[in-house]
Design a protein around this ligand. Structure first.
Ligand code: SF4
Length: 252
């Protein structure tokens, strides 16, 4: 089964532990206002690549990946579960650490056939990088043009099956840089039992150039990048929410 791929980054350092081969797939049902990969949204122009070719590429530079592995990012990787399952089956046969960078929007717990495929893939997955874009349902729709219920349900499911997760949250001025939303995000994260790391990422506008090149209007052109100090302050509010939830649980 070939994957429909946007690009491959040979030595990624921000998409999971260590130095990694990062495979960016095509296709995403979300339309996040700050997305800096709008060229991954559709399948148009995808390169079809076999899992074996990706494993060969990894093995050819294996010495560089000693504490790393393979991450599939996107776009939305879980749109191509069969391809990922083949890729990760090969990866595990070679002892390679596997990671999926997903927004979780495709989660369909009531669809038995879907869940069978998902569980087969998750058994081969060492780590999930899960983006929580916005904790509030209405604000999430405005930010991503999709509901957040499947994403939060996916986070809860990963917690139930104890699959390690790194949570990522982008703080955007005027959108998620909001005390109430940050605190609620923290409380939700606090209710999960599988979170190994929390990345609070400051919004930046480096994607602007890509929109210009694609002839697309950049929706956040009037939004200023978040400063480092603001990101630290936002992280603290999320951590306060996590602590508050955990303390309440202990008291019960
Ligand atoms: S989920 Fe990721 S790839 Fe999809 S629109 Fe949002 S930021 Fe872009």
């Amino acid at each position: 089964m070939k994957g429909r791929i946007h690009s491959i980054e040979s030595f990624g350092t921000v998409d999971g532990p260590g130095v990694r081969l990062v495979v960016f797939v095509k296709g995403c049902p979300m339309r996040c206002l700050y997305c800096h990969n709008p060229d991954t949204w559709t399948m148009e122009g995808a390169e079809e690549i076999e899992p074996e070719a990706i494993i060969r590429q990894y093995i050819s530079a294996e010495g560089f990946y000693r504490n790393g592995g393979i991450t599939v990012s996107g776009g939305e990787p879980l749109l191509q579960m069969e391809f990922l399952t083949e890729l990760f089956t090969l990866a595990k046969a070679h002892g390679i650490h596997t990671c999926i960078d997903t927004c979780g929007i495709t989660f369909r717990p009531d669809d038995a056939a879907y869940m069978e495929k998902l569980n087969a893939l998750l058994k081969l997955t060492d780590l999930i990088l899960l983006d929580i874009k916005h904790i509030n349902p209405e604000e999430h729709e405005k930010l991503c043009c999709q509901p957040n219920a499947p994403i939060l349900a996916f986070a809860r499911y990963l917690s139930d099956i104890k699959l390690p997760v790194w949570i990522r949250h982008v703080v955007v001025p005027g959108i998620t840089q909001n005390e109430r939303w940050l605190y609620e995000t923290g409380r939700f994260i606090g209710s999960l039992n599988n979170v190994k790391a929390l990345d609070v990422l400051p919004y930046h506008d480096m994607g602007k150039v890509k929109y210009e090149k694609l002839g697309m209007d950049y929706p956040l052109k009037d939004t200023k990048p978040l400063t480092k100090a603001e990101a630290i302050a936002a992280r603290k509010i999320i951590l306060d929410g996590i602590c508050a939830f955990k303390l309440e649980q202990r008291k019960q």
